[in-house]
Design a protein. Sequence first.
Length: 466
Amino acid sequence: MASVIERKGTYYIRISAGRDGEGSQVRPHDMFKPDPGMTKTQIDKEIRKRIVALEEKVRSGRLFESSIRFSIYAEKWIEYVEKRLEPKTIQRYKELLQRINKAIGNVRLDKLQPNHLIAFYAELEECGIRKDVRYRATRGFLDAVSTSGMKAPALARKAALSESTVRIVLQEGAVYKSTATKLSEALGLRSGDAFQKVGREQLSRRTILHYHRLISSMLTTAVEWQIIPSNPADRVRAPRVQKTDPVFMDDTQARKLVELLQTEPPEFRTMAILIIYLGFRRGELLGLKWSDIDFNKQVVQVVRAIQYIPGRGIFEKPPKSRSSVRVLKMSAAAVHLLLEHQKWQLEQRRTCEEGMWQEHDLVFCRWNGSYFNPDDLTRWFSGFLRKHGLPHGNIHGLRHTNASLMIAAGTNLTTVSKRLGHAQTSTTAIYAHAIRSADAAAAEALGDLLAPQKPRRKSRQKKTTT
């Protein structure tokens, strides 16, 4: 309900917008001073218009008092962007906000200063511990499992874990500390002896930059909504991150990798090689359906992707952007690979117990036709690299390899960009090293073609004396 108070020719308009997270009443307001000569009817009309505008802003969640605390504003901001951004992005924002709210959640927006953010970033750099630190089983743990005679199902029951999680550990996959602790206790081992940390423990400067960008984006919206006059994050120097080139293989390394893949499980082997051939993103590959493939025309459509979010599970979604929806021409080798995989999948389906198969028309699926978790593909590839003593990398690196090989083969940048599903050609420019190499090779080839032939030197024969 709106209230209007007139004082000395100025009208003060207030509406009730409920209570904030701390129970305080929220009463957004506006102030209106009529121009000289306005009639009472015109004044009443303008007041009604302003009341409607205030109420609309409240309904859309875009009007708050400047004294609102950051954590309360963050909740409303997430609600606002949730329908506009990818589910994976929203999940990541919520994870980052856990630390942000601990640091500045109680600070009022109108009191938030650059020094608050500078102190927060300094704390992250000095004391920030990654929440996703993983642990991998040591040889001592694997030997203890073998000695105990326990199989995965029995060990899972004893440790109160899922069988699939235990199998990941036994296949030398990485897990969280809580899982490592449960398995160590199940075998009567010290956690430090049974598992070792994987990767770095401290937050990287790139991660700290992600915190800064999120805070800056949120405060930019607060300025747009006229909650605060300026963005304090604009007056803070963003953490510097050294740019790194994408990791990719040349043609010799790619051929060697394909050779090593021949001994891997058929499903994973085919997925890895197909990414090299066609440059799929991980989720796009797992979202592929047989109906998307035209073997006669040798083309495949990319029209969906698979994502996994804890609490929501595995689900289909449109690709990353409009440009990601694309039709790719396949090589004869790619077509042959998919036809062989189709035969293998039909054989697997015949061995599946009656009523167990889930029909989703997926090109790549689990033993019963259900969706693959994208993280399973990532874990397998990391284990594959370790097993063969190959440099550390991730499955996305095969997409980079596809791009670099196309550029090295002389494919123009626009075509490479379209095949990768980049919204802008400038994004493809991250492959600067490959572009420079291809450019140099093209220049040399043209030079060799047009340069005048140099006369060969006649070899001088030494005179011999008899």
